[in-house]
Design a protein around this ligand. Structure first.
Ligand SMILES: *Cc1c(COP(=O)(O)O)cnc(C)c1O
Length: 408
């Protein structure tokens, strides 16, 4: 077997203890999905259960665990965060012409879920410190057609949820958290994903806790649970039938196939059990980056992330902002030649072909445009050690120092 397995959920921070790696020495991959230990055992158990479709024992375990952690009424596992966002848009009752306020600095799924209902994403600029929706700009974007605010906790750093929930309450709007990157992070002491009326999580293999593909719809509001269960079960009351509440199940509403298989849920159950270890390891690497990058920041060569101290982030991303957007392609190519796989991130949605067609902006998008053009995400994953971090920063330093000749 060539994949990496952490013996009993260990995440070595130093190279000596490490198992073999899928990438050759002297290269640092951007992401390597890390297995935490019991995945194969749980997969064998799922196969032995002879229940491979959705909604079986592993699915129920994951849902209950997440509902407890987040302190919410109900969690439904989905096959992706994209699916959970689409369910949220259905539950919000969006109609053609309705508007949903969201950042332009996000993944396409946040906007697609709204557009698929015939509704219009309305983009608002981001804050320079958190790269999240600027709550001070939300009220100016509200119109009689506004139905919801969809916030995105970029890099697992919290949006200003108290202010946002207060605005929503004043205007009778729903708040949907795109918490794809935010499991394990908090706003003050409250878990992200458990604050808005609904939230969507992702377990894609690029996220901290992963099952390859996977997601979850989080329902804080108990009033949303009954309809959510029906949408989830293809528009039928199948779950009520399974619980013995009705004698047969039938088509009662719209819906689709949103469930992941028990195979996915078995892998997710293994990963959820290691969530604290995964987060602690990533935070240690994140802190190592912050320390190693400090001299470059002091010399004014780049700028690191500034997550507010009041909240706990989950080290989903460590990024830097270069001074000069025009040099980014060259810096990324220099890193790549030295074996370091760093990447840019979102092309702002307002500036994309589909964004121009389906959405509109409320006010200028200057910070979104500026930050999106200068941002570089550094490698950060469960197979990395502090030595990898030091290598990445050394390579980056050579690439950004004006007097340095980039070395291969
Ligand atoms: C990853 C991500 C998604 C999509 O997640 P999938 O599970 O791949 O559908 C949506 N929104 C944000 C902000 C993401 O980071």
């Amino acid at each position: 077997m060539t994949w990496t397995r952490a013996p009993s959920g260990q995440f070595p921070l130093d190279r000596t203890e490490r198992a073999s790696r899928p990438n050759p020495p002297m290269t640092v991959a951007f992401n390597v999905p890390r297995l935490v230990g019991p995945e194969l055992e749980y997969l064998a158990e799922a196969l032995a259960n002879r229940h491979l479709s959705g909604g079986g024992p592993f699915t129920q375990r994951c849902e209950r665990w997440l509902a407890d952690r987040l302190g919410v009424a109900r969690v439904l596992l989905t096959h992706s965060c994209t699916a959970a966002l689409e369910m949220a848009a259905l539950l919000a009752g969006l109609e053609p012409g309705d508007e949903v306020i969201m950042p332009s600095f996000t993944f396409v799924s946040t906007a697609n879920a709204v557009v698929l209902r015939g509704a219009v994403p309305v983009f608002v600029d981001i804050r320079p410190d958190t790269l999240n929706l600027d709550e001070a700009l939300i009220e100016a974007a509200i119109t009689p057609r506004t139905r919801a605010i969809c916030v995105v906790h970029y890099a697992g750093v919290a949006c200003e949820m108290d202010a946002i929930m207060a605005i929503a309450a004043r205007h009778g709007l729903l708040v949907i958290e795109d918490a794809a990157q935010a499991l394990g992070a908090t706003f003050r002491d409250r878990p992200l994903g458990g604050i808005g009326h609904m939230a969507a999580l992702s377990f894609h293999e690029t996220k901290n806790v992963m099952s390859g593909e996977g997601g979850a719809l989080i329902l804080r509001d108990p009033a949303l649970v009954e309809r959510a269960e029906i949408l989830w079960q293809k528009g039928t009351d199948r779950l009520r039938f399974d619980r013995g509440e009705v004698s047969k199940y039938t088509w009662v509403d719209v819906g689709s196939s949103f469930l992941p298989s028990e195979i996915i849920a078995a892998v997710l159950w293994a990963q959820l059990g290691a969530m604290e270890a995964i987060t602690a390891h990533r935070l240690a690497l994140w802190d190592a980056y912050a320390e190693a990058l400090a001299p470059l920041e002091r010399d004014g060569l780049l700028c690191g992330p500034r997550p507010p101290a009041a909240h706990r982030h989950n080290a989903h991303i460590h990024h830097v902002l270069l001074n000069d957007a025009a040099r980014r392609a060259e810096v990324l190519a220099d890193l790549r030649r030295a074996g370091v796989h760093a990447v840019s991130h979102y092309v702002p949605l307002h500036d994309s072909p589909a964004g121009r067609r389906f959405a509109r902006s409320a006010g200028p998008m200057r910070r979104t445009e500026d930050i999106a053009a200068r941002l570089v995400r550094l490698p950060l994953h469960g197979d990395m050690t502090r030595e990898d971090v030091a290598n990445v920063v050394r390579t980056l330093a050579a690439a950004v120092r004006p007097d340095a000749v980039a070395e291969a």
